[in-house]
Design a protein around this ligand. Structure first.
Ligand SMILES: [Fe+2]
Length: 463
């Protein structure tokens, strides 16, 4: 059985809604909102080999109000989820299994759109999103039940990837769509503050690649094109396997926010992969991008180093990294900022697109599955970092930043994350003062059930 179905990754079988949770420490009264986190949680026994990314979307949430906490978890009821529920069994096999003819005729395609990856809160709407670019699913912020697909009045005729960005000044939702099967391989989109899809157009790229994130600055958007896609040698033999093309540069496409394909300026960088960017901003003639870069996601010779997280044939050894792109000269400069492996970074979303001082990154534990054993607060201006190590036996996940209402300091607020202890079959929500990570949690909310580790989270202020 896959390690991603056991211990800290064991799926849950029940949907709960429990108020008045037990809290150790004290929840700040000003912490008012909904912390949500998406995950893969198969409802039925997987058909064939299981990959962590296959599981049905399940969102776990904690509603904080008046110093108290309520826990909820619900599956994301996508079209495919409903088909399987009706059938009473898994109909789709996962991404590690061959793309058979039988799969090709499944409704919506051979890979199940689970909306299991990311979450975004825009105009009071909570959306669950999929890593392979699918249909955004709107969830109720009251009880996490599925409202239905969000296609922006029918204007969204294609996919919508994980990791869109909300511009806190304009309230635009900026996103991309990609496909590794058919053209267009990349699309760029903007939903305005009224919820209207005002931009959704193809941006030609030469080769289909697995794309995962983008970034925004105050006036620009940054698209990413890393050389991770089909292994061409295997593809010629009819086999679908992901490969890293180390002869092809990484590319960043910078365009004005409401610009289109004709406005994109591409910058080339050293071949690499990046799952998650931290931030981008404008500095004079430069666009500066910071993120968690992986230098070689699929080494030609699998390293025998212990303590490297792996997902199938992909190795996850991230490093904090910076690219500077000069819009005047067209030059790109890049450099490593730190070598500590961290991932799933989060920042103060109210300052998205401006020069940030702080990033909050879970630290990779030396395990062969992707797991985090603490949080690191980076001071990007000085390179300094402070750490909080999770208690022994506890693994944590992405930590959203919840700003203190009315705060003026960038780091005036709290970090909220779920943690799981497999040995004790216990889970909790840790709340830390972002100004003083090293002091440990100000409050630990004890969950009424053990929950698996998951993917991305979001802080929905006031929801
Ligand atoms: Fe992601």
């Amino acid at each position: 059985m896959s390690a991603y179905l056991e211990a800290e990754h064991e799926p849950v079988t029940h949907e709960l809604d429990v108020a008045g949770l037990k809290v150790t420490g004290e929840l700040p009264k000003a912490l008012d909102g909904l912390y949500v986190r998406n995950s893969g949680n198969p409802k039925f026994a997987p058909k064939g080999r299981y990959h962590w990314f296959d599981g049905d979307g399940m969102v776990h949430g904690i509603r904080f109000a008046d110093g108290g906490a309520r826990y909820m978890n619900r599956w994301v009821e996508t079209k495919a989820f409903k088909h399987e529920r009706e059938a009473g069994k898994a109909l789709w096999s996962g991404i590690l299994e061959p793309m058979t003819d039988e799969r090709m005729v499944l409704p919506g395609g051979p890979i199940k759109d689970t909306a299991n990856t990311d979450l975004v809160f825009h105009r009071g709407q909570l959306l669950a999103l999929w890593w392979l670019s699918g249909t955004p699913m709107q969830l109720s912020t009251k009880d996490l039940s599925t409202v239905g697909p969000q296609k922006f009045g029918g204007a969204l005729k294609g996919g919508f990837s994980a990791h869109p960005k909300v511009d806190p000044r304009t309230n635009e939702l900026v996103f991309f769509d990609f496909s590794i099967v058919r053209e267009p391989y990349l699309r760029y989109g903007v939903v305005d503050a009224e919820g209207t899809l005002v931009k959704y157009e193809p941006v030609p790229i030469p080769t289909p690649h697995i794309l995962h994130d983008m970034a925004i600055t105050e006036n620009h958007s940054v698209l990413m094109d890393f050389p991770l896609g089909w292994d061409r040698e295997k593809l010629a033999l009819g086999k679908f396997r992901i490969g890293f093309d180390r002869a092809t540069p990484s590319r960043f496409g910078v365009l004005p926010r409401r610009g289109g394909a004709a406005d994109v300026r591409w910058f080339e960088a050293e071949p690499c992969y990046m799952y998650h960017s931290i931030n981008a901003y404008e500095s004079g003639d430069e666009i500066v991008l910071v993120g968690c870069r992986v230098r070689d996601p699929i080494p030609q010779k699998r390293s025998d180093r212990e303590g490297i997280a792996r997902l199938d044939n992909i190795e996850l050894v991230p490093e904090l990294y910076e690219w500077r792109m000069n819009l005047k000269t067209g030059a790109l400069k890049e450099r490593q900022l730190d070598d500590l492996p961290t991932e799933f970074p989060k920042t103060n979303e109210l300052r998205q697109g401006t020069k940030l001082r702080y990033s909050y990154n879970p630290r990779l534990s030396p395990r062969s599955e992707l797991m985090f054993d603490g949080l690191v607060k980076y001071d990007l201006s000085s390179g300094a970092k402070t750490k909080w190590e999770s208690p022994r036996g506890w693994y944590v996940g992405e930590a959203s930043f919840a700003p203190r209402p009315g705060a003026t300091d960038e780091d005036d607020g709290w970090l909220v994350t779920f943690g799981t202890n497999a040995a004790d079959r216990a889970s909790a929500c840790f709340v830390l003062n972002a100004k003083d990570l090293a002091a440990g949690p100000v409050a630990v909310v004890h969950l009424p059930q053990r929950i698996p580790l998951g993917f991305h989270s979001y802080w929905c202020a006031g929801a």
